[in-house]
Structures are given as structure tokens and as C-alpha cells.
Design a protein around this ligand. Structure first.
Ligand code: CO
Ligand code: CO
Length: 304
């Protein structure tokens, strides 16, 4: 066992031989959007993300589903088809699974991938001076909550869905290609929660530049109306002791950084010596990325 409960990371890693290790993870959640196909695709992209966050290449998955018995068969079929087609796009075979009955639908995958046993991405290993790079914008939690409350604008939810369905595969491959060592994916604990995992496990601090952090269109509007899922408030009470905000940032802006993400992007610590190679590879492959801050020698996260 290379990664297990002793130093929890995005996925467990089990070494098979000198060249190969298995990356194993599972995730599932209740619907975040109305369209059952999109829900299935987002859930699958999200489940595979923890393999990518370790620098792994997923190849096999199992469905996990809990579905209300009164759910129309077409809806159920669309959820599973959304997941299956997203898995196929990732080069992953869904080899089975298990479904139970439940009041509220839940869907996700158990995902298994390969990684080199001495060459995978961890939450530890960031050093002062490393640049922090994010590969998807934020704002999915506030936007999907606006959807649930009937307050969302159609184009905003459309953009959120496209980003949430996007695999973290290419970003992970670029990280492996340029020799990065530190990464995680931004999911339920929000940017600040997951950034704090990197900071605390690496024994460093972080400085985030609010102006450089990308948000999907609409997110700031919904935030200004204080539309956030409950998890955002949990994240704030859990992580705020480790964060110092510049006085110019409003409460809504602060809350956006505690907003839980579904199928968010990868966050990398990129050493200055690898930055040029990362940017070149990302530009060549049209991989979106934003430099949102840097690693410091303090013991907190500063947001300026
Ligand atoms: Co993760
Ligand atoms: Co996870």
C-alpha cells in the first residue's frame, strides 16, 4: 500500500510491481442538474477525477446507483448512459455495478486506474515559490443552487454543465508529462479546503490572488444574492481559521472560495523550473489553466 488511510489523498494507491500501481477511488452523489444524461456524465467525470488527481490513467469502473422505484425507466437509462458515454470518452470500461432502491437518486462510479509506483501526484510536496495553477473555473455550487431555487439563468447553468462534464484527463497527462508532483482536484471542500489540504500536508502556506481566480459567468451574481449550498457554510466554519482575507474582499467573494465544487478542476503546485514547460504543453493542447497564486513559507492561506 503506497497511499492509504495513514496520509489520505485523492485515491488509494496499491503497488503491483516495479512498474505498476493501482489507483482506486469511489464517489457518488445526488443530482446536481435536471437533465438525467448530464447528471450521469457529471457523476462519472467526477468519480474519475480522483484517479486523474493522482496522475493515474483510469481503465475500469463499476456503477453505484441508488434509485427511487417510481423513477421512469427512461430517466434511469439516461443517467446510466450519461455515465457510460463519459467513461468511454475516458477510455474506461464499465464492467458491472450495483443498484439499490432509495428515495433520492444517487449515482457514481468505483474507478480503477494505473499509475507508476514512483511517479504519481500527491497533495504533499509543494515548496515555497511554486506557482498555483487551476484548470477549471469555480462557481458550480452557487450556480447549481440557483438552479434548485429556480433563480438560475439558462446560459449560466449550461456553461456550468459543460465544465462539470469535462474530464480532468488532459490536465493530469500534462502534469505527468512535465514532471509535477503535487496536485489535487477541487470538489466538495471548495478551493480553500482543498488548497488547505495541499498546504498542511506540504507544511507550507499559500497566497491566492482573488483577481486571478476564474469564475463561470453568473457565479458572482448568485454569490452577491448569497445563494450557496449548505456545504459552503460548513466549509467556511471548517477552514476559515486557516485563511486570512484582504479587507477589500466582500463576504460574498470570500464565500465563493468556500463554495463546494462538483467535478471541479485540478490544482497544481508548479515549481518555477517546470512552469514554462507546463504552459507550453497546456497552450499546445488548448488546455485551459489559470495561475491563481503561489506557495509561501507562512502557515496560512492569504487571499489578496
Ligand atoms: Co479528490
Ligand atoms: Co473524492
Amino acid at each position: 500500500m503506497l497511499v492509504g488511510l495513514d496520509e489520505p489523498d485523492d485515491a488509494a494507491v496499491w503497488q503491483l510491481d516495479e512498474e505498476k500501481a493501482l489507483v482506486i477511488t469511489t464517489d457518488f452523489f445526488t443530482p446536481v442538474v435536471d437533465d438525467p444524461y448530464d447528471y450521469g456524465a457529471i457523476a462519472a467525470a467526477n468519480s474519475l477525477s480522483d484517479v486523474y488527481a493522482m496522475g493515474g490513467r483510469p481503465f475500469l469502473a463499476l456503477n453505484i446507483a441508488a434509485l427511487p422505484p417510481e423513477l421512469p425507466t427512461e430517466t434511469l437509462t439516461e443517467i446510466i448512459r450519461g455515465g457510460a458515454e463519459k467513461a468511454r470518452e475516458a477510455g474506461v470500461v464499465i464492467a458491472g455495478g450495483h443498484t439499490i432502491q432509495d428515495k433520492e437518486p444517487k449515482y457514481g462510479l468505483v474507478a480503477i486506474g494505473f499509475v507508476h509506483p514512483r511517479n504519481f501526484l500527491r497533495k504533499s510536496g509543494a515548496s515555497p515559490g511554486d506557482q498555483l495553477i487551476l484548470t477549471k473555473p469555480l462557481g458550480f455550487g452557487t450556480t447549481t443552487t440557483a438552479l434548485k431555487r429556480g433563480l438560475v439563468c439558462e446560459e449560466h447553468i449550461g456553461e456550468a454543465v459543460e465544465w462539470m462534464k469535462k474530464l480532468n484527463r488532459q490536465a493530469s497527462e500534462i502534469a505527468q508529462q512535465v514532471g509535477l508532483t503535487t496536485a489535487t482536484d477541487i470538489t466538495g471542500y471548495s478551493l480553500l479546503g482543498h488548497a488547505w489540504e495541499i498546504a498542511s500536508l506540504s507544511g507550507v502556506g499559500l497566497r491566492l490572488n482573488f483577481e486571478a481566480i476564474p469564475f463561470i459567468p453568473g457565479a458572482k451574481e448568485y454569490a452577491a444574492q448569497f445563494i450557496f449550498p449548505g456545504g459552503a457554510f460548513d466549509n467556511r466554519s471548517y477552514f476559515q481559521a486557516h485563511v486570512r482575507f484582504d479587507a477589500k474582499l466582500s463576504e460574498a467573494e470570500q464565500m465563493l472560495l468556500f463554495d463546494p465544487q462538483t467535478s471541479g478542476g485540478l490544482l497544481f503546485a508548479v515549481p518555477p523550473s517546470r512552469l514554462r514547460a507546463f504552459e507550453q504543453a497546456a497552450q499546445q493542447l488548448s488546455q485551459p489553466y489559470w495561475i491563481i497564486g503561489e506557495v509561501t513559507s507562512s502557515e496560512i492561506i492569504e487571499v489578496i
